[in-house]
Design a protein around this ligand. Structure first.
Ligand SMILES: *Cc1c(COP(=O)(O)O)cnc(C)c1O
Length: 397
């Protein structure tokens, strides 16, 4: 079967919820991908900010294979060595208190929302609390996560969603303050908005949210699913701001390719929210997923990944700025670390993405007009150069 036939086959049985690009990927190596016809692609999407160590990073496959040979699943009714290790490392690096492992980002959001509601329920002795979320946010596609996702297009067909959610403007503290009532139990925001178009939080905004939440005993939930796990040069993006959340969600690069997420609670939230019997998951935190998490933390540490991100992201920013200067189609560059966006005008961003793919570069879009760069964290200058020369061919003509 050639690629065209393979794609037809796929469409016969896979529900068409994604407009997939016409490529069948077969394998990866380092920061390169290969399709079933042998064509090579430079990967600046990393499976949407997941494959932060690229493909077959030394030590990663070996650790997973060794865990597969021991035990892949056993249930949360028992302890395993991988969950002990993964939990310890996640809590240590986030400097928070307690972790709950999930299978996805959306599931981590669901848990974070439940934890916030339970915290307020415990404090007030009754339910019926409200959550403040941000416009243009993205927190996932399950019903609870969708309820706090500020995108009418994603929400509308599925209403009524979870009630008690109010939307404020990201980076506008007054708009959040205006929505606070005595029922508010949490404010949820991405530290760097991803799907919405790569918008980093302003320092005053996060500091203001922290102070507001402290004053009113509201929990601050920071969604680090996309911007976390080293992408901004710190383990979690909020660590660049010196503002800690009460609850953090993580997923995507947490397992660097194995499906796993987590919500992590600070001392206060951990002490009086979800108790035994309040929450669960069959697969979440299974030994295979946790072996991946544990290995990812070790590989980041031993190979100084965060230091590398700090260095290479300065170079990426510089090259993107140059592109922005030269191209009539680029409005501006935004982002933090290896989470960057170019806002495009005068050309549909989808067309840029498609042309890049044809030219052997995997990039994705964000929002309606942003070209998104979330490469593996291990990219080097030569890869950045290769990426920008391919994009010059598309954005300068
Ligand atoms: C991807 C993403 C999610 C949802 O994660 P899934 O694993 O797709 O459920 C939630 N929040 C943010 C910020 C994301 O980027």
């Amino acid at each position: 079967m050639d690629m065209k036939e393979q794609i037809q086959k796929a469409e016969e049985s896979i529900l068409h919820t994604y407009n997939r690009f016409p490529v069948v990927f077969e394998k990866g190596n380092g920061v390169f991908l290969y399709d079933t016809e042998g064509k090579e692609y430079l990967d600046f999407a990393a499976g949407i900010a997941v494959n932060s160590l690229g493909y077959h990073y030394p030590g990663y496959d070996e650790a997973l294979i060794s865990q597969v040979k021991k035990l892949t699943h056993i249930s949360n009714l028992y302890y395993t060595e991988p969950i002990i290790e993964a939990g310890r490392k996640l809590v240590e690096k986030s400097r928070l208190a307690k972790a709950f492992f999930t299978n996805s980002g959306a599931e981590a959001i669901e848990g974070a929302l439940k934890a916030a509601k339970k915290y307020a329920y415990t404090r007030d002795g009754h339910a019926g609390h409200e959550i403040i979320a941000m416009r243009h946010s993205f927190h996932g596609r399950t019903v609870g996560a969708l309820s706090v996702t500020g995108n009418a297009h994603y929400q509308e067909p599925f209403e009524p969603l979870m009630g008690g959610v109010r939307f404020a403007d990201f980076n506008d503290l007054d708009s959040v303050k205006a929505l606070v009532t005595d029922k508010t139990c949490a404010v949820i925001t991405e530290t760097v908005q991803g799907e919405g178009g790569i918008y980093p939080a302003k320092k005053e905004f996060l500091e203001g949210l922290r102070a507001l939440c402290d004053e009113k005993d509201i929990l601050l939930i920071l969604d680090e699913i996309q911007c976390g796990m080293g992408r901004t040069g710190e383990y979690f993006a909020w660590q660049n701001y010196g503002v800690a959340p009460d609850i953090m969600t993580t997923a995507k690069a947490l397992g660097c390719g194995v499906p796993v997420g987590a919500f992590v609670l600070g001392e206060k939230a951990a002490a009086s929210s979800l108790m035994s019997g309040d929450h669960g998951t069959t697969y979440g935190g299974n030994p295979l997923a946790c072996a991946a998490v544990s290995t990812v933390f070790d590989l980041y540490e031993n190979n100084h990944i965060l230091a590398h991100v700090k260095e290479i992201s300065a170079y990426l920013e510089k090259r993107l700025e140059e592109l922005a200067e030269k191209s009539p189609y680029v409005v501006e560059r935004r982002g933090m670390g290896l989470m960057q966006g170019l806002q495009i005008t005068g050309k549909p961003v989808g067309e840029v993405v498609k042309k890049a793919l044809e030219a052997g570069l995997v990039v994705i879009s964000a929002g309606s007009d942003v070209l998104r760069f979330v490469p593996p964290l291990i990219i080097r200058e030569e890869h950045v150069d290769q990426m920008s020369s391919i994009l010059e061919g598309i954005l300068l003509d």
